[in-house]
Design a protein around this ligand. Structure first.
Ligand code: ADP
Length: 465
């Protein structure tokens, strides 16, 4: 018989820091039932009331920032200052979507007949299954939940096995903010049976929103298709970071450090491939090597840590294997050293030059603190290199040429582009990708629309005499 709970570990030390329930398919079915029952009330709760609850959640996140950040660092390994920033970022989504809830406008359409009225209203889709990864344990959950609740949906949330505690904290805050029972359900435990139960044809789940790997996203979308549940997918990325000869190099290096090393490189929008103009290659690399060599690796809970552990020793081994294969294909190691043993939890920042198309550091999402560098000689070559990937989440480009900025904006095959800007994600803007990075958007009015459907109503006016 399986244990009713499972342990949560600190990836920096391996020690057990907590536990979560090992829910099975029956628990999931009950959670869906509670969410469906709550939906019948929440959907009709006035938007201003839902908005007020979201604002209280935002305020409680801020008020509890220190303890939320400590838990997040303990279960995910990220530096404490990044955890604090993630609490603020999550809170911002609740504030933003509180406003969006109040602006869920409809439309009036000019009717073809004089006695007719045509109008369109936005309706909440229903119970949503929200499946989230370990790299942003609070933000990925909050970003989905804020939009779902604003729209009038209820949710069954499934956090990653490595990091369930932040999601449980968030659910407790929702309850404290007065969100009615059943509106936010959380299920934790082994992913495959929970995923199957969440997507079972005939259940009350109307929509899946998933953030995670492309392989799992495709499997879940396939399962959801059996009963036409709606799907939003935010999957892996392989962001190119382009630096042109006319860029401000100090800003470009600073931007790259921010886009590459947050959460030790374990982000879907991380700069995966650094593409440098041959004209500024040496100047850029000189600045970059100095900055990367100065990064401090350590326990995320310690002050001054820049790079925490990777999520697991398996993750360290996977990144090391990408580096080994790429070096074997002819790339060169400029900075860093591979971890000495298979049980390593930390991966020191590394720079690999001459990374060729087709090698793992070029093709795969690295999800670690490894800089993969290549040089280009023309704009056409830069663009071809940047688009040489199945992923289409985001790209970054540094250039002071307005013509280049325009050309890149129209020709890079991505859902998001940062031009002279490494921090692209905020609640005001639609976050999401194309190609194998998925579909659907989070944040902005488009993020709210993902949790609604349009209902069109044709009325023939019948006046009572
Ligand atoms: P990562 O590589 O970031 O761990 P995954 O796609 O494996 O990405 O995990 C993202 C989320 O998807 C986690 O919550 C994980 O538990 C969940 N997950 C993984 N496999 C399945 C599955 N078969 N069904 C449902 N959820 C799953």
């Amino acid at each position: 018989m399986s244990s009713p709970t499972f342990a949560v570990h600190n990836p920096a030390t391996g020690e057990v820091i907590g536990e979560a329930q090992r829910h099975d398919e029956h628990d999931v079915a009950r959670a869906i039932d509670r969410a469906a029952a709550a939906f019948s009330t929440w959907r009709h709760t006035p938007a201003v009331t839902r908005a007020a609850a979201l604002r209280r959640i935002a305020a409680l996140l801020e008020a509890n920032a220190e303890s939320l950040a400590a838990t997040m660092t303990a279960e995910s390994g990220k530096p404490l200052r990044e955890s604090r920033a993630e609490v603020r970022y999550t809170s911002n989504y609740f504030s933003w979507f509180a406003g969006e809830a109040e602006r869920m406008y409809g439309e009036q359409i000019p009717a073809p007949k004089p006695e007719q009225q045509l109008h369109v209203i936005s309706q909440p889709v229903g119970v949503c299954a929200l499946i989230t990864p370990w790299n942003f344990p609070l933000a990925m959950a909050g970003r989905k939940l804020a939009a779902a609740l604003a729209a009038g949906c209820t949710a069954v949330c499934k956090p990653a096995e490595a990091t369930p505690l932040s999601m449980l904290d968030l659910a407790a805050i929702c309850a404290e903010a007065g969100v009615p029972p059943g509106v936010v359900e959380v299920v934790t435990g082994p992913p495959a049976p929970i995923g199957e139960a969440l997507l079972a044809p005939g259940n009350a789940v109307a929509k899946l929103s998933f953030t995670g790997s492309t392989a799992v996203g495709i499997a879940l979308a396939t399962a959801a298709a059996a009963s036409l549940k709606r799907v939003s997918l935010e999957l892996g990325g392989n962001a190119p970071f382009l630096v042109f000869a006319d860029a401000d190099l100090d800003e470009a290096v600073a931007g790259f450090m921010a886009a590459k090393f947050r959460n030790a490189g374990q982000t879907c929008v991380a700069a995966n491939r650094l593409l440098l103009s041959a004209d500024i290659y040496d100047a850029f690399m000189q600045r970059l090597v100095a900055k990367v060599a100065a990064l401090r690796v350590g326990n995320g809970a310690e002050v001054g840590t820049d790079i925490g552990p990777l999520i697991s020793p398996q993750a360290v081994a996977r990144v090391a294997s990408y580096v080994r294969e790429t070096l074997a294909a002819g790339a060169t190691l400029r900075l860093g050293q591979l971890p000495a043993d298979a049980a390593a939890r930390f991966f020191a920042p590394m720079i690999v030059e001459g990374v060729a198309p087709g090698t793992p550091l070029w093709q795969r999402e690295i999800f670690g603190p490894v800089v993969a560098v290549t040089r280009f000689r023309s704009d056409a070559e830069a663009l071809a290199m940047a688009n040489d990937t199945d992923s289409g989440l985001c790209a970054y480009a540094y250039t002071t040429s307005a013509a280049r900025q325009r050309a890149l904006a129209s020709s890079l095959d991505v859902g998001m582009l940062g031009v002279n800007e490494p921090a692209i994600s905020n609640p005001h803007a639609p976050f999401g990708g194309i190609k194998q990075s998925g579909y659907g958007r989070e944040g902005s009015r488009h993020g709210l629309a993902d949790y609604t459907y349009l209902k069109y109503i044709a009325t023939t006016i019948k006046a009572t005499p």
